[in-house]
Design a protein around this ligand. Structure first.
Ligand code: NAD
Ligand code: USQ
Length: 404
């Protein structure tokens, strides 16, 4: 039994902004299953990006309406839907007034670093969508639900790769004989990652100025696809991105191994990041909600469970593939990004463990099942989408369109 299950402060109503996406859908179902009353807010823009760029999830996903209908028919539980854009304050206000959330979990952003580096208009879209959307959520909380706890998805990428240990949000510094605890320095390396830095500053400020209660979850790279709830029925399936724009490292490598494409290690492959299983994403969010920040408190948790370099991930996938009879090759691809390829990396991640997180560490069995999952759907893979196509250095003001 985990302590948080007995917490008397467990709020009942949770608004999941971005609840049609990869992390949001898994979280909405998990919270609904745990007895929270859940509403999803989403403008479905992520499905539009896929259409515009000619991409598709490895797994077939049905409409959000079918998803919530299927959930209701299987469990009897209702998930309310508010389809609209959180950058539209009138829409967001109505959603807040109607649902009156005790907690708002905010996943609803443009979350791909490569997407934000396609061209000027995508860079501007990303920062506008993310920064204004979050500002609107802060104003909605202040106006309509000032007790509502904001649980905001940030990113480990806010910190970059400094040559010292990364703390959880704050660092104590002694300078010219005086000491203070200050926000940890931010060195983000894409217009997307920078949008998260801007969000963090706006949230910290409103906690101070208006007494908002907020938790910034600096999440690492998520892998995996199944959670207890999404595995219940094919209409509850989560999305699984493997393309060069939205696919993330380990998920991409599993699909590449399944279709016999060499693993795409960018540059030297020493890029090290924090990673976590999607089953831990949903657990961490639940823990943050069940143990809310106090009024005026701005908390920062580093949300990942293990660190890996890209080369280490490639080795693990190669070994897991061999066990399934796959001959997995690795190919160093010229790095489309501007980032350190060999660097020190040691990030603290103890606060969620202290709240009761029991991590699902990356194991042989999980890699086996992820690879088998990718093999199951390999006929749906469009191999033309695997190589990266967005260059940090070559981006410019000229709009980039997709041609066939
Ligand atoms: P996703 O793209 O699958 O989902 C995001 C959802 O938000 C989509 O359904 C989209 O339609 C919605 N959305 C975007 N802008 C919106 C707006 N203005 N109004 C309403 N809805 C909007 O992304 P994801 O992988 O689930 O990521 C969710 C959050 O977690 C993001 O904030 C991301 O930065 C963060 N995160 C993700 C990862 C990862 O590896 N996937 C890692 C760290 C942090
Ligand atoms: N990489 C490769 N080969 C690939 C894909 C990626 O070598 O085929 C490398 C990248 O260059 C990078 C690292 O792997 O060094 C991670 O890249 P990624 O695409 O898996 O993750 P990233 O762009 O950082 O973004 C993802 C999510 C984002 C989230 C972030 C968490 O898309 O929403 O914020 O992970 S973090 O990395 O901690 O900032």
């Amino acid at each position: 039994q985990q302590a948080y299950e007995h917490s008397s402060s467990k709020p009942k109503k949770v608004m999941v902004i971005g609840g049609d996406g990869y992390c949001g859908w898994a979280t909405a179902l998990h919270l609904s299953n745990k007895g929270y009353e859940v509403a999803i807010v989403d403008n479905l823009v992520r499905r539009l990006f896929d259409h515009q760029l000619g991409l598709d999830s490895l797994t077939p996903i049905t409409s959000i309406q079918n998803r919530v209908r299927r959930w209701k028919s299987l469990t009897g539980k209702t998930i309310q839907l508010f389809i609209g854009d959180i950058c539209d304050f009138e829409f967001l206000s109505e959603a807040f007034k109607s649902f009156e959330p005790d907690a708002a979990v905010h996943f609803g952003e443009q979350r791909s670093a490569p997407y934000s580096m396609i061209d000027r208009s995508r860079a501007v879209y990303t920062q506008h969508n993310n920064v204004i959307g979050t500002l609107n959520v802060l104003f909605a909380i202040k106006e309509y639900s000032d007790e509502c706890h904001l649980v905001k998805l940030g990113t480990m990428g806010e910190y970059g790769t400094p040559n010292i240990d990364i703390e959880e949000g704050f660092i104590t510094i002694t300078h010219n004989g005086r000491t203070d605890t200050l926000p940890y320095p931010k060195q983000a390396s894409s217009f997307y990652h920078l949008s998260k830095v801007h969000d963090s500053h706006n949230i910290a400020f409103t906690c101070k100025a208006w007494g908002i209660r907020a938790t910034d979850l600096n999440q690492g790279v998520v892998y995996g696809v199944r959670t207890d709830e999404t595995a219940l029925h094919e209409e509850l399936s989560n999305r699984f991105d493997y393309d060069g724009v939205f696919g993330t490292a380990l998920n991409r490598f599993c699909v590449q191994a399944a279709v016999g494409h060499p693993l795409t290690v960018y540059g030297k492959g020493g890029q090290t990041r924090g990673y976590l299983d999607i089953r831990d994403t949903v657990q961490c969010v639940e823990l943050a909600i069940a143990n809310p920040a106090k009024p005026g408190e701005f908390r920062v948790f580093n949300q990942f469970t293990e660190q890996f370099s890209v080369n280490e991930l490639a080795k693990l996938v190669t070994a897991a593939g061999a066990k399934l009879g796959l001959e997995v090759q690795t190919k160093s691809v010229p790095n489309p990004r501007v980032e350190a390829e060999e660097h020190y990396y040691n990030a603290k991640h103890t606060k969620l463990i202290e709240l009761g997180l029991v991590p699902h560490l990356l194991s042989d069995s999980l890699l086996d099942s992820l690879l088998n999952f990718a093999i199951q759907y390999k006929d749906r893979v469009d191999t033309a989408q695997i190589m990266p196509s967005v260059s940090w250095k070559k981006m410019g003001a000229k709009p980039r369109t997709v041609s066939v």
